[in-house]
Design a protein around this ligand. Structure first.
Ligand SMILES: *Cc1c(COP(=O)(O)O)cnc(C)c1O
Length: 419
């Protein structure tokens, strides 16, 4: 069966045919490709067509598909069994490896997804501070937990409402929404909700509604305001962690959060999430502390073995290569786009993340996004797909560079674009 037939069949058995909504190619006027295989920088679909992959499973595969050392680690771990629900050495070694390399982290707890990590961080922040409200920014994504499926309300300023059915208004009341970059709004919220705010949650490099780069001053101001109000600053580094350097944006900006959440890269393509921070906060978690958190498959040995080797391969040289090769990709794409009807586009890049967007304006919050971006993205995505270039299938998703982008892949990209 080809991709189209498989998708038609999938629609019968699975809601919308997919197990995560962005995979549905909604609004892209074509059916999703069923992927059969990946190797290095490439994926192959069930129709036998191959693509240069700039989605990389939405980030985790920083070394590309089937990295031989990660594969070997997975197989080796697998041969001893794949879950014990008990202590094992891979997660200990990974914890030690991370704690020894990221200065503000003294302890880490592993779980199985980014959503779980943020969910734990929300509960932990509330448990530590004894307060119930959290601040979230418009345009940041933190996974699909109820507390984060909240958007700015259509009524009075400062009100919020659920962005998904099934989330109660009670939950919406506890999440306060601000616009990225607007420190005055954050200050006002702290005054209006004095001694009620447990934490500010932010993607320090917002990369889930396009790439909305924030200034260091803004992040620093959030740090200060949290300190002044005894609230916690939580960096959600599920995308940026181990990508913008090993220590993510915390390391890059020198601004230290109280808690950090990880996912995606941390598992090297296997399901892993984590919450980390100083011991004084992490010890609030069960079994030591009063904040409950658990997981049958947490610290899964196969996943941790993959994650550990994956992290060990992220040397200083690896980051230089990652950023250099991504910059080359962006340049090649820009040249082609400028001469082929996409002059209205710019590509915003930060390290190995890039985002083609149909405006030349500077963008730092979601109110600035161009109105026609979905239609414009559809045109770009369609041509790219035909040419064997796989972009993340949504206008709001960034492109992910990887260490599989060798020079010959970039040559191939040129060929595919210009032919
Ligand atoms: C992907 C993502 C999540 C959710 O992680 P899942 O593993 O998909 O549950 C949370 N926060 C950020 C910043 C993300 O990019």
């Amino acid at each position: 069966m080809n991709s189209n037939e498989l998708f038609q069949k999938s629609l019968k058995y699975v809601p919308g045919g997919v197990h995560s909504p962005v995979r549905s190619f909604k609004g892209l006027h074509t059916t999703p490709r069923f992927i059969n295989r990946g190797k290095g920088a490439y994926i192959w679909d069930e129709d036998g067509k191959n693509y240069i992959d700039f989605c990389m499973s939405f980030g985790p595969l920083i070394h590309g598909h089937q990295d031989p050392e990660i594969k070997e680690a997975i197989i080796k771990a697998l041969e001893n069994g794949w879950t014990f629900g008990a202590c094992e050495k891979y997660s200990l070694e990974t914890a030690e490896y991370i704690v020894n390399r990221i200065s503000f982290i003294e302890q880490i707890r592993f779980m199985s997804s980014g959503t779980e990590a943020v969910m734990t961080a929300v509960r932990l922040a509330r448990g530590i501070t004894g307060r119930s409200k959290i601040i979230k920014f418009n345009g940041c994504y933190h996974g699909h937990l109820d507390a984060m499926l909240i958007k700015a309300g259509s009524g009075l300023a400062g009100t919020a409402e659920a962005s998904s059915k099934g989330v109660t208004s009670h939950q919406a009341d506890d999440t306060l929404i601000c616009e990225l970059g607007d420190i005055e709004e954050v200050k006002k919220i702290f005054i209006d909700h004095k001694d009620q705010i447990a934490a500010i949650f932010i993607e320090p490099l917002p990369a889930n509604n396009g790439l909305l780069i924030q200034t260091n001053e803004f992040l620093k101001a959030l740090r200060d305001i949290c300190d002044q109000n005894c609230a916690l600053l939580v960096f959600d580094e599920v995308i940026s962690g181990f990508r913008i350097g090993f220590g993510g944006m915390a390391e890059k900006t020198g601004i230290t959060p109280d808690l950090v959440t990880y996912g995606k890269i941390i598992g090297g393509g296997m399901p892993v999430g984590a919450v980390a921070g100083p011991k004084k906060f992490m010890e609030f978690l069960a079994p030591l502390g009063p904040v409950y958190q658990a997981g049958t498959l947490s610290g899964n040995p196969v996943a941790m073995a993959a994650g550990l080797v994956n992290l060990k391969k992220l040397t200083d040289e690896a980051y230089i290569k990652l950023n250099t090769q991504t910059t080359k990709v962006v340049a090649v794409m820009k040249e082609w786009m400028d001469k082929n009807g996409f002059e209205d586009y710019q590509t915003i890049q930060y390290g190995s993340l890039f985002w083609p967007i149909s405006t030349h304006d500077k963008l730092s919050n979601i109110t600035q996004l161009p109105k026609n971006m979905n239609e414009r993205f559809y045109s770009l995505f369609k041509v790219m797909l035909e040419k064997g270039i796989y972009l993340a299938p949504n206008a709001y998703e960034v492109g992910f560079g990887s260490l599989a982008l060798e020079d010959q892949v970039i040559e191939d990209l040129k060929q595919r674009l210009w032919n």
